[in-house]
Write a protein that binds this ligand. Structure first.
Ligand SMILES: [Zn+2]
Ligand SMILES: [Zn+2]
Length: 272
């Protein structure tokens, strides 16, 4: 494997995962990973789906940190473990996110948009009454609004997540029609010294590639973007490092020679 660090992983500390941290680590070691970064969900003011509690995506961070430290000690010298978080972005929780991100010694913070203007692209109401492409525009412009007002993060997660849940998924997505939206985001991230990720769950969700898609990754590189992490977004052991070989080939094709791993919020560059 040319990419040996999985930087987007969930365990049973996330509402949507049942996987014990030990099981995730064992699988990562079996696969020959050199590093794993856990990124449990913290989505303040998330809108729960039926059957989910309001705090479904709010990790018990004290419990998570304690467990992480135990695991770090237990696996010392065998695999490097990093303490991260996937922080749900919404403009009205910027202050809470700022306060939270300073309250724990995170190695890595992924900013993610799972919601857009109090609507969830996973639900039909996000798409109702408008063209699918207007939903996409809205999602991208919302990310831009967030990053112009919030900067305590390291990379922006699954940048085209919205394409996963629309009526036609990504089949009608034409990058050129969204170039302005995407360029604004990528240029802002680069000037802020932030990065993006290649999230290989896109393959798992039938997108035919990572989140974001190849055109966006390629454009990021073209604009001078260098900070890039790779993560499987695994919620169970069998998804760890999935499609990393595909991602490595695709990233090289986009012009990347390095990917990053974050320690104490600083990127370390590793050869692909
Ligand atoms: Zn996510
Ligand atoms: Zn995730």
């Amino acid at each position: 494997m040319s990419i040996t660090a999985d930087c987007h992983l969930h365990t049973s500390f996330s509402g949507d995962s049942q996987a014990p941290m030990e099981d995730m680590i064992s699988r990562g070691m079996e696969l020959g990973l050199t590093e794993m970064t856990f990124t449990e969900h913290m989505d303040f003011d998330y809108i729960p789906l039926p059957g989910e509690a309001p705090d479904y995506f709010e990790v018990d961070t004290d419990g998570y940190h304690k467990k992480f430290l135990e695991m770090k000690e237990r696996f010392e010298g065998k695999i490097k473990l990093n303490f991260g978080i996937e922080l749900g972005m919404q403009t009205h929780v910027n202050e809470r996110n700022t306060e939270y991100s300073k309250s724990f010694p995170f190695d890595f913070i992924i900013a993610s948009s799972h919601l857009c203007r109090r609507l969830d692209p996973y639900n039909a109401d996000f798409w109702e009454g408008r063209l699918e492409k207007d939903g996409w525009h809205d999602y991208f412009s919302y990310i831009y609004e967030i990053i112009t007002a919030y900067d305590d993060f390291d990379i922006y997660g699954h940048l085209d997540y919205v394409l996963r849940y629309g009526p036609t998924k990504n089949t009608d997505f034409v990058f050129d029609e969204f170039r302005d939206d995407i360029d604004k985001i990528l240029k802002a991230l680069i000037s802020m010294g932030k990065g993006i990720e290649a999230n290989t769950s896109g393959y798992r969700y039938g997108m035919g590639g990572p989140h974001p898609c190849k055109e966006i990754l390629s454009r990021y590189r073209e604009l001078g973007g260098e900070i890039l992490t790779v993560g499987s977004d695994a919620h169970k052991p069998e998804h760890i490092a999935q499609h990393f070989e595909d991602a490595a080939a695709l990233l090289k094709d986009c012009g990347f020679e390095y990917y990053c791993v974050f320690h104490e919020r600083k990127p370390e560059f590793m050869k692909i």
